[in-house]
Design a protein around this ligand. Sequence first.
Ligand SMILES: [Zn+2]
Length: 164
Amino acid sequence: MNEALRHAMAPVLRDLRAAGITAPRIENDDWTGDPGQPSAMMWSRHGNGAGVSVLLSEPEWERVASAADQVQDWVIEELWGRAPTNWPRCPRHPDNHPMAAICRDEVAVWACPADGVAVCEIGKLSVPPESPATEWADRMALNKDRDRARTAVPDPDLCCRLSE
Ligand SMILES: [Zn+2]
């Protein structure tokens, strides 16, 4: 696979691992045929396939955000019907939407799509300490509330309840 594409995908694949989501199998299939836009295919064990590509004309942080956005689309498709699809869950609105991959000050970040607040650099979503990286989707389906307590940023409502 193209080095620039591999490099751009590494941070979001790290975040996938941190969430215990099985990463896609990357197939070395340069479907764009464009040397300025290296590409590959992502496949799941369920046969869910999607293309991913980056533009070499873009700076590295934009390639990271773009790759994260494309991998996120694949993940949402992959979780559809099996688990809540809002990955990575917005800690500010955990029931409403996933975060969006954007660029802020030349850094690729996960941000709330509603208020634009940057939550975390892409590739640095924290690993919940008590959570083994297995079958995240099954856990999500079994116990949504417990999983919400594991999000990277403390839920303000939960903190309020605990301090009362
Ligand atoms: Zn939000």
